[in-house]
Design a protein around this ligand. Structure first.
Ligand code: PLP
Ligand code: COI
Length: 354
């Protein structure tokens, strides 16, 4: 990869908001660091990225993002170890997935050095914003959207690639109860489910609101044809433990190929846990809940890390998960976060020193 780090212009903010932030009480993604990366696509090419003060952006009201939703994003985290060295987790996988998403939405793909060097330049300027507190990190949101204008329903000719960052704590504030969805669908065969497209999230908001009204925090999506197979949740992939076997659904064009998910599969196997990547029916989970073999369910994602699920709703019934002492969720969460924060060796080569 050809480095462009020396071509990245850096315009520093004259003020800082960092002293207003309580790093011991961070919510998720609600305060933003002082700078952002900005890169424009025009005349069929990406212009050099710049680090600029975090600020509003101005767009034409006919920009295609507003009308046709051409928008894709990523979610990553930067961690600081005890020596204040900065690490990312499998960042090239986020870069590749951003381009997979962009391609599906007919948007221009980004060169690898724009993504990686842009991110490094931004993290260097805002390194004081990376929390040191256990359980906190700097959440990184790279995104591309159509800034080009016109009401014609066709791809825009101008785009923006931005990276904004937010020092963040946990995504969920309490216990996570999920509803296994039987009416609405997140995605369909041949659709955009595998892309991290903004519209995939907008489409989930209404069914999730209905679930929240009934006391659940997330929806577990099932396949769109039979609603019989568990796919993933709103913001994370799903793992189910039946007896001592950990099961997760295979990825498909309906499911986001989560980086945490695939890391957990590899990590659990390396730790001697029996892992099955296979179709998992709702009936199997309900039967296991009824006969006591359902031991755990948890979500896995960058924002969610590993979030244990305390219970689930299916049709008109509610099922509680047992409260075990030693869970796969807590064991795997410690293993993965220790690797991410450079507390232990990383035999997989996932950690990336910035
Ligand atoms: N599924 C969905 C719908 C998500 O939004 C996310 C979060 O990024 C995930 C799964 C988990 O993916 P990753 O582990 O790459 O963050
Ligand atoms: C992430 O985990 O990074 C995501 O993008 C999920 C998002 C809904 C917060």
């Amino acid at each position: 990869m050809n480095s462009i780090i020396n071509d990245i212009e850096i315009i520093k903010s004259e003020t800082t908001k960092i002293n207003d932030v309580d790093f011991n009480n961070l919510a998720f993604g609600s305060v933003f660091s002082d700078h952002m990366l900005e890169c424009n696509y025009k005349d069929e090419k990406w212009e050099a990225p710049k680090v600029v003060p975090y600020q509003s952006i101005s767009l034409d009201p006919s920009a295609k993002i507003f009308h046709y939703g051409q928008s894709v994003f990523e979610g990553m985290k930067a961690y600081k170890d005890a020596n204040e060295d900065v690490y990312l987790f499998r960042p090239l996988d986020n870069f590749k997935r951003l381009n997979i998403s962009a391609k599906r939405l007919a948007m221009p793909e980004l060169p690898e050095n724009y993504f990686m060097d842009g991110l490094k330049a931004l993290l260097e300027v805002d390194k004081d914003w990376i929390p040191k507190q256990d359980g906190s990190s700097l959440y990184i949101r790279p995104f591309i959207f159509a800034s080009g204008s016109g009401f014609h329903a066709s791809p825009a000719n101008e785009y923006k690639f931005l990276i904004c960052t937010a020092p963040s704590g946990s995504y969920f504030s309490g216990k996570v109860k999920v509803l296994i969805e039987q009416t609405y669908s997140r995605s369909a065969n041949g659709g955009v489910g595998y892309a991290k497209a903004g519209g995939n999230y907008a489409g989930q908001f209404y069914p999730t609101q209905l679930a929240v009204e009934k006391g659940y925090q997330q929806v577990i999506w099932t396949d769109d044809t039979s609603h019989e197979y568990i796919e993933e949740a709103g913001a994370m992939n799903i793992f189910v433990r039946i007896n001592d076997t950990l099961i997760t659904a295979p990825t498909s064009d309906r499911i986001l190929d989560g980086i945490t998910r695939k890391s957990i599969v590899e990590l659990a196997k390396a730790e001697g846990i029996n892992v099955e990547v296979r179709k998992l029916s709702v009936h199997e989970v309900v039967d296991a809940a009824k006969n006591g073999t359902l031991k755990e369910m948890f979500g896995a994602g960058t924002a969610a890390v590993i979030s244990p699920i305390s219970g689930f709703g299916y049709k008109d019934e509610d099922f509680e998960l047992p409260e075990l002492e030693d869970t796969f969720a807590s064991f795997l969460k410690k293993r993965i976060t220790d690797i991410q924060t450079n507390k232990v060796e990383d035999p997989f080569g996932w950690r990336y020193k910035v």
